[in-house]
Design a protein around this ligand. Structure first.
Ligand code: SDX
Length: 435
């Protein structure tokens, strides 16, 4: 008897079904044969928030949540952070292999020649109030690029896809920096193509009147490592959005803007900004215990803790904690670090968090480091969106090239009224119904 099947008996009919395993899963469509009669639609799965549903096959990123493992195209993220640059890792995520020296040189040149924005783009940004949140400006401006490159809608053309991918990777740091400069009322700084990806980003953020910006190499490397760690994370919320929006063949600028919108939520990429607010609210190390008790009493969450997949220490958090130490050696530290360390110490010993397997995630230490580097909390999620644009594009490209994929359109379990007839206004109950 074939062991690679799961046998299901429908006790409504007594019928038995052998459902073949597919790479350890069961195809949901195989359940549709389970019917009570020819009129029956068949059995669906019900899985709100997709807790146990694979929406695709992907070869890009592997996570083992129990063991705290994260690999991009098979390479442990720890090794990539130690040995590679962000653009090298971007090449790996998009092409499946690490580049040779010549391939990397050509790749860097290709991205570098796309760092400029059309001058009209700056007019989009001018329309925002000075206190507009940078994520709102970032998302809107990325979407607006769809109007600058209308040919990008031809998503089935590999060459057109390739060009838009390079444009987006090259331009997102420029857009991010321009949102920052706009919020300060400073003039925009044009890209300096002599600089690395991270150093040029710092140039566009912080260059003032000096003839040429000199990036601190320790800070530039720390930013590059943070970009590597944030580049992809398999089917997270924002990547799911990228795939769903891309599945309707919307152009990659609009899909990336939609993904960034999902990332902005406080439960997702917006958590790094919320961590800083939480540390500010705690205020001092001796108030950490009281705050933890309030979380355990159900008053809010410990921001930067917990994860849908990791039920162990997020491997990225460990590296970020190390990188933050390197940054503090240059910047002189961040007083919030001792509060964060005390929060981590207490949470890792407390049964409430241990039982729920809540460990620090990627967002817990990144904000403290960014703040020490001079970024304001409102910029933190934009700093997440820049590198994650590469992951979104790699996943989007894989989806477009996947023959199994089609427009994403989930089913539902209907719980509303059965058919009923409209009652004329004069016969409707006078009871006021609040909308
Ligand atoms: C990112 O998916 C990804 O890969 C995302 C990401 C990426 O790289 O793309 O890794 C980036 O988004 C990291 C997560 C950043 N978010 C935060 O730090 C916000 C705080 N964390 C939580 O909101 C939460 O942990 C989530 C959203 C991250 C995960 O939520 P789940 O998987 O839906 O888990 P859950 O809400 O069902 O929690 C299970 C239990 C619940 O308690 P009980 O109802 O069982 O009593 O754990 C509790 C939750 O209340 N819980 C927390 C908690 N997170 C979960 N309690 C206190 N503090 C928390 N942070």
């Amino acid at each position: 008897m074939d062991k690679e099947v799961v046998n299901i008996v429908d006790r409504r009919t007594g019928a038995a079904y052998d459902l073949p395993f597919f790479k350890g899963a069961v195809r949901a469509m195989d359940l549709r044969q389970i019917k009570t009669g020819p009129e029956d639609f068949g059995v669906m799965t019900y899985d709100p928030a997709f807790l146990n549903t694979a929406s695709c096959q992907s070869a890009i990123t592997f996570i083992d949540g129990d063991k705290g493992i994260l690999r991009y195209r098979g390479y442990p993220v720890e090794q990539l952070a130690e040995n590679c640059t962000f653009l090298e890792v971007a090449y790996l995520l998009l092409n499946g292999e690490l580049p040779s020296a010549l391939e990397l040189k050509q790749w860097v040149e290709a991205i570098t020649t796309h760092t400029m924005l059309h001058e009209t783009t700056k007019k989009f940004l001018e329309g925002f109030r000075h206190n507009a949140h940078p994520m709102g400006m970032f998302i809107s401006t990325v979407a607006a690029l769809s109007t600058v490159y209308p040919e990008s809608r031809h998503v089935l053309d590999p060459e057109i896809r390739r060009l838009q991918i390079r444009r987006l990777i090259g331009k997102v740091p420029t857009i991010a920096a321009y949102t920052y400069r706009h919020s300060l009322g400073f003039p925009y700084v044009y890209p300096d193509n002599d600089l690395s990806y991270a150093a040029n980003f710092m140039n566009m953020l912080w260059k003032m009147v000096e003839p040429k910006y000199q990036a601190n190499p320790v800070l530039a490397r720390a930013l590059d490592i943070l970009f590597i760690l944030h580049a992809d994370h398999e089917q997270n919320c924002s990547t799911n959005v990228m795939r769903a929006v891309g599945s309707s063949q919307a152009d990659p600028f609009l899909a990336t803007a939609a993904a960034a919108a999902a990332l902005s939520g406080p439960l997702h990429g917006g958590a790094n900004e919320e961590v800083l607010r939480m540390l500010d609210e705690i205020g001092t190390k001796d108030r950490v215990h009281a705050y933890v008790d309030s979380v355990k009493a159900g008053k809010g969450k410990l921001m930067g803790f917990g994860h849908r997949v990791y039920k162990n220490y997020d491997p990225r958090a460990r590296i970020i904690k190390w990188a933050a130490g390197k940054v503090f050696e240059v910047t002189g530290g961040n007083p919030k670090l001792e509060i964060a360390l005390e929060l981590e110490r207490i949470a890792l010993e407390d049964e409430y968090f241990i039982k729920r397997k809540l460990y620090p995630n990627v967002d817990f230490y990144s904000g403290i480091m960014y703040q020490a580097m001079g970024f304001r909390p409102e910029m933190f999620t934009v700093l997440f969106a820049i590198p994650r644009t590469v992951g979104w594009l790699a996943q989007w490209q894989e989806m477009i090239e996947d023959p199994e994929q089609k427009i994403a359109r989930p089913r539902q379990i209907y719980t509303g009224y059965e058919a009923r007839n409209v009652v004329p206004m004069e016969k409707r109950a006078a009871a006021a119904v609040t909308a």
